[in-house]
Design a protein around this ligand. Structure first.
Ligand code: GLC
Length: 562
């Protein structure tokens, strides 16, 4: 791309969303360890992001959300933070961060960082101090330490299970060498939960917000935003069999969605409002319905919440129609935009997920021995159609790195390569999330497909990914990359982000048909081709044949008579 093109594109991006940019923005999730590695150690880094900003500009996204790059022992790929106000040397330095923010802003691209307030790393100085200080101390009161049950305190304080499998409590050894108290960790043992009823914890995080806001970030994605407050007395809770471990399917859980959590975000809302430029908060709150998710985006709380009910909807026209309508209604009722998302670093990539033929509970992942493995070609066809539907919806959309290349889940990773704590904590029973986290292929011919100059990659890349490499797809107008580029350009040109959705009648039940402004969108989710209406096709996710739309294909048209 030539520099005048870049300048033009940057102008278009920076001038477009304007006030409350997050209402319509397309936000691209960077998983730093797998995006691009400039140092050659096999783990992506911040200079790697900076080096590819023009590719993201060309893709046409408005903002980047970066998964954690703060100091961390990387027990949960950075979601175990040891210092909230520094960059881990694996990813670079604070100076690299500042350079990346500046370079992104120069291109009209905003930056959102991940904030992990539910728990820290066990290597955080506060947790180390808590271990040293002993029972009853102010240091322990920042976390959830409790005495065990049983005659000698040998049983955990309650029956809660970790999201990653196994018990949610670990017993510590006290300074005198004797077994002592237990601490709560909803995730890995290395991720102790904070006690958010403690004002010291609240004050700490106000400081963390200000640290990054002062450095110019445009917002925060808030990790486990439904988990900070635990019900009084920490009552026992047994989830239904095969429940979604993040609470997406359950209404009353003593550690998910407790009402007190909203005061934390009201407080944060006020802090962000002190800053210029429409800084935004986005909640990762796994709730069963759009109405419950919308509680996080009431006018004085967060600005966005991930729409997980949408992500978790199968490839079925009736279910999609219902969740889309419900989402628009529920978010509008609190004055917030709906968001849309199909993939992220915790779920099976949608190019595989949409063609699974067996139940696959959230977080379990797929691997060599999983039942119902997807047919790759079918998955990609559906994924392209699903994306064309998503990017036509009013509101804000999230894209996960690599989906623009049509990357499938990496199913055949060797056991020895797996790193997700889920895999270890379930003794290999759940594969976990490594399959959606494999480093990106940039080039067909370079070592590690251009991910890293030395050829190192923290997870092995499938050999079939050479043909999916970014540089290969740039040359091919029929590629998934070009589909994303053209959908994003048309979304911008037709103002779909702040448009209005109107369902169209006259189509079979298994077809999604709607209009957003001048654009008519038709997605065939049925089992037979359907005739297309008269109009100009501006984007198609697969070939249309003699005026008909094949199965698992979507089109955007203009000029269709109402
Ligand atoms: C969130 C993150 C996930 C992480 C967990 C614990 O769900 O998205 O990757 O493992 O929180 O921090």
């Amino acid at each position: 791309m030539t520099s005048p093109d870049i300048a033009e594109r940057a102008d278009a991006l920076s001038s477009r969303p304007g006030a409350e940019w997050w209402r319509t923005a397309v936000i691209y999730q960077i998983y730093p360890r797998s995006f691009a590695d400039s140092s050659g150690d096999g783990i992506g880094d911040l200079p790697g992001v900076t080096a590819h900003l023009d590719d993201l500009l060309e893709l046409g996204v408005d903002a980047l959300w970066l998964s954690p790059f703060q100091r961390s022992p990387q027990k949960d790929a950075g979601y175990d933070v040891a210092d909230y106000c520094d960059v881990d040397p694996l990813f670079g330095t604070l100076a690299d961060f500042d350079e990346m923010v500046q370079a992104a802003h120069d291109r009209g691209i905003r930056i959102i960082v991940d904030l992990v307030p539910n728990h820290s790393s066990d290597q955080h100085e506060w947790f180390q101090a808590a271990l040293a200080a002993g029972p009853g101390s102010a240091e322990r009161a920042r976390y959830l330490f409790r005495e065990g049950k049983g005659e000698h305190g040998e049983l955990p304080p309650n029956n809660w299970e970790s999201v990653f499998g196994g018990p949610a409590w670990t017993r510590v050894v006290e300074a005198d060498g004797a077994p002592g108290q237990w601490y709560l960790h909803l995730f890995d043992t290395s991720q102790p939960d904070f006690d958010w009823s403690n004002e010291e914890v609240r004050e700490k995080f106000r400081g963390v917000l200000r640290f990054w806001l002062d450095r110019g970030v445009d917002g925060f994605r808030v990790d486990v935003a439904h988990g900070l407050i635990k019900a009084d007395g920490l009552p026992d809770y047994t989830p239904p069999v095969e429940a979604d471990s993040m609470g997406g399917g359950e209404p009353d859980v003593p550690y998910w969605g407790q009402p007190g959590v909203h005061d934390v975000y009201r407080d944060w809302h006020r802090i962000l409002a002190e800053y210029d430029g429409d800084r935004a908060l986005c909640a990762e709150a796994w709730r069963p319905t759009p109405d419950e998710t919308a509680l996080w985006v009431r006018p004085d709380e967060m600005h966005q919440a991930f729409n997980f009910p949408y992500l978790q909807t199968e490839w079925d026209a009736a279910h999609l129609r219902s969740v889309i309508s419900e989402s628009i209604r529920a978010f509008a009722a609190v004055g917030a935009p709906s968001t849309w998302v199909l993939s992220n670093h915790d779920v099976v990539r949608h190019a595989s997920r949409l063609a699974l033929t067996a139940e696959n509970p959230q977080g379990h992942g797929i691997g060599p021995l999983s039942p119902g493995k997807p047919i790759a070609e079918l998955g990609l066809r559906r994924a392209r159609a699903a994306t064309a539907v998503m990017l036509a919806l009013p509101g804000s959309a999230y894209i996960y790195q690599g989906e623009e290349l049509g990357l499938p889940e990496a199913i055949d990773l060797p056991d020895s390569a797996r790193q997700d704590p889920t895999w270890f904590r379930t003794g290999g029973e759940r594969y976990g999330r490594d399959g959606c986290r494999v480093p990106l292929p940039w080039s067909a011919t370079e070592p590690a497909y251009g991910f890293s100059p030395t050829g190192a990659a923290w997870l092995p890349q499938p050999s079939s990914w050479a043909t999916l490499a970014h540089e290969v797809q740039v040359q091919d107008r029929a590629s998934t990359l070009w589909l994303y580029r053209s959908l994003l350009a048309a979304r911008r040109a037709f103002g779909l982000g702040d448009g209005t959705l109107e369902w169209l009648g006259g189509y079979p039940d298994d077809v999604l048909a709607f209009r957003n402004g001048n654009v008519t969108v038709i997605a065939n989710i049925g089992s037979a081709s359907i005739p297309l209406p008269q109009g100009d096709v501006i984007a198609a996710t697969g070939p249309t044949v003699d005026g008909t739309l094949p199965v698992d294909t979507a089109v955007w048209l203009v000029g269709v008579q109402a």
